[in-house]
Design a protein around this ligand. Structure first.
Ligand SMILES: Nc1ncnc2c1ncn2[C@@H]1O[C@H](COP(=O)(O)OP(=O)(O)OP(=O)(O)O)[C@@H](O)[C@H]1O
Length: 566
């Protein structure tokens, strides 16, 4: 007996719509399809304020007003939602606004010397220090959203800020750290443990800072097929402070569930880069939350008193997230003359012509065009990997070598072709057998979550040679654990990866391979994300007009979150 095909979400909803309203019009069904497709493309809602279908939608029993009960919600502003998205968005906005409203009285006599010790000034003349200001805000508020580009000190700030909170508290605080992917959680754990040891604070404060971060799914207990997460409003997380890194990768639904699980008294600190690619699933939460950065005049006066001079900040007290968002603007990684830093700035401004000019006349050799045959370039740039492999299959050495260089592309198709071309060459060299996928030193990336095996989307492992045969090694904290290749969940070779998958990782050098024509996949955030994965060198391969079109395009994700928080 053959298995019936799984209906698409749009078909399933259309069937439900027909059951709820046998007289449903083609107009409403067409809108339903459009909305599902938009949601799969990352939009939370669609603007119907000026669409001719609006009266038909208003009249349909399938569409309700906010607070009603129907598969679709049409709000007063003419935004049409799948009910689930409407509910997630409304709940999230209320919860964030509630958090942002709450302020604690702070013992200034204790706070000022703490901030001075943790954020020392290099120059005798006090300068505005956004990191210090962010820490001061976190001491007073329940919500802090800290956005900044690479190397602007988000991690440095959050470690010091946790030390401030622990030092000021009259009782031990339970602090937890999480990130949307295992890779990002591991990176956060690593940076926080390194920074913690250097803090000028007592051992008891140092010990109270969390040593490890976990994935958000694990933190709130959200597992496939389990229905609702283990932690929710009725069973909140046992935490006083929750720090979440790489917040740009968190979609609306996961963010809403995380906020549901936050206990009423807890503080939330979100870290991320608002200019990076939005989440794979629907929403652009961090971007929406950082649309307006404003402070109340009395908050600015307080900040100046406790944390020194202020940079230019917007003092118009209007939005519901007023006082809760701080931007870090100075990169400690990229020096003033850095091509990567300057290119990042121009990409974010949408200055396509300026970027092309910069690539032709770069200030140094850290950015530029690549003109050679892509496979040849990649093969040579992966030289550290081949050198490590020539010494054997030590996974730590292979991981270190793979962090030296990566090929990034917009689409999976291009990535697969690239990996295939590299492997064809390995076959030609006799290193890989043509009848087997696995070979010693193969780097693999997991492409699905497998809770049984404990491997997650984005995890990277290395095929290693053992006396009993090939094994695949994955980092497990500072150690490595090995599994048989047959137990691997879905995976692919990773000499090249998509820009989406590269989020949360960095490489010494990056080659961005552009598609032949500008397409929907390629936009400003994608170029910015690829560029900022590079620590030292960034090269682009492709046509200048494709790069320019990408930088000049900024397709917005439709969402009502920013408006709800305005
Ligand atoms: N105020 C500062 N003064 C001097 N160096 C700093 C300061 N803040 C951060 N750094 C240094 O800059 C580098 C980047 O800092 P950090 O890792 O905290 O940035 P980040 O924003 O978390 O970066 P990424 O997003 O890439 O992880 C580190 O080497 C850090 O020690």
């Amino acid at each position: 007996m053959s298995t019936p095909p799984v209906p698409s979400l749009a078909d399933a909803l259309a069937e439900l719509a027909l059951r709820l309203d046998p007289a449903v019009s083609d107009t409403v069904l067409a809108v339903l399809h459009e909305l599902v497709a938009a949601s799969q493309a990352g939009h939370v809602c669609l603007p119907f304020a000026h669409r001719p279908e609006r009266p038909a939608l208003r009249a349909s029993p399938l569409v309700c007003r906010p607070g009603g009960y129907a598969p679709l919600v049409l709000d007063e502003a003419g935004r049409l939602y799948l009910a689930r998205h409407w509910y997630d968005e409304a709940r999230l906005a209320e919860r964030l606004a509630q958090l942002a409203r709450h302020q604690w009285p702070v013992n200034e006599a204790a706070l000022i010397p703490l901030l001075d010790a943790l954020f020392p000034q290099a120059s005798p003349q006090p300068q505005p220090d956004r990191q210090k200001l962010a820490a001061a805000l976190a001491a007073r508020q329940r919500l802090l959203i800290l956005s900044g580009g690479p190397g602007t000190g988000k991690t440095t700030t959050v470690v010091r800020l946790m030390a401030v909170l622990a030092s000021l508290s009259s009782r031990p605080l339970v602090m937890a750290m999480a990130a949307p992917t295992g890779k990002a959680a591991a990176r956060l754990s690593e940076s926080v443990s390194a920074a913690r040891d250097r803090l000028p604070v007592s051992d008891s404060v140092r010990r109270s800072l969390p040593a490890t971060a976990q994935t958000l799914h694990r933190l709130i207990g959200l597992f496939p097929g389990a229905g609702r997460p283990r932690h929710h409003a009725g069973n909140p997380l046992p935490v006083d402070v929750l720090v979440i890194d790489e917040a740009s990768m968190i979609d609306l639904s996961l963010m809403a569930r995380t906020l549901d699980a936050l206990p009423a008294h807890a503080r939330l600190i979100l870290l991320g880069d608002r200019d990076q690619l939005a989440s794979v699933e629907a929403g652009a939460v961090l971007g929406d939350l950082c649309q307006r950065v404003a402070f109340r005049p009395e908050t600015l006066a307080w900040l100046e008193r406790v944390a020194g001079p202020l940079p230019a900040l917007d003092a118009t007290d209007t939005g519901r997230l007023t006082d809760a968002v701080m931007l870090l603007t100075h990169s400690h990684r990229f020096a003033a003359g850095s091509g990567i830093g300057e290119m990042a700035r121009r990409v974010n401004e949408g200055d396509g012509a300026g970027v092309l000019d910069l690539l032709v006349h770069p200030p140094g050799d850290d950015i530029g065009w690549e003109r050679a045959v892509p496979l040849e370039v990649a093969w040579q740039a992966h030289a550290p990997y081949w050198a490590a492999l020539a010494q054997g299959t030590d996974p730590a050495a292979l991981a270190q070598a793979l962090s030296r260089f990566m090929v990034l592309a917009a689409e999976r198709r291009e990535v697969a072709a690239f990996n295939r071309a590299i492997e064809a060459r390995l076959e030609g060299d006799g290193h890989k057998r043509t009848d087997s996928d696995h070979y010693p030193g193969r780097p693999v990336m997991i492409t699905e979550n497998d809770y049984g095996v404990g491997l997650f989307n984005g995890d990277i492992g290395f095929v290693v040679q053992r006396p009993e045969g090939l094994r695949v090694a994955f980092a497990d904290g500072p150690a490595w654990r090995e599994i048989a290749p047959g137990r691997l969940p879905a995976h692919e070779t990773v000499f090249a990866m998509t820009v989406h998958k590269s989020q949360g990782s960095e490489f010494d050098a990056v080659l961005l391979v552009l598609p032949e024509t500008a397409g929907a996949q390629l936009d400003r955030a994608l170029v910015y994300t690829a560029l900022t994965r590079a620590r030292r060198h960034f090269r682009v391969l492709g046509a200048p007009e494709v790069l320019r079109a990408a930088i000049e395009s900024r397709p917005a994700r439709f969402s009502g979150l920013a408006d709800r928080l305005a």
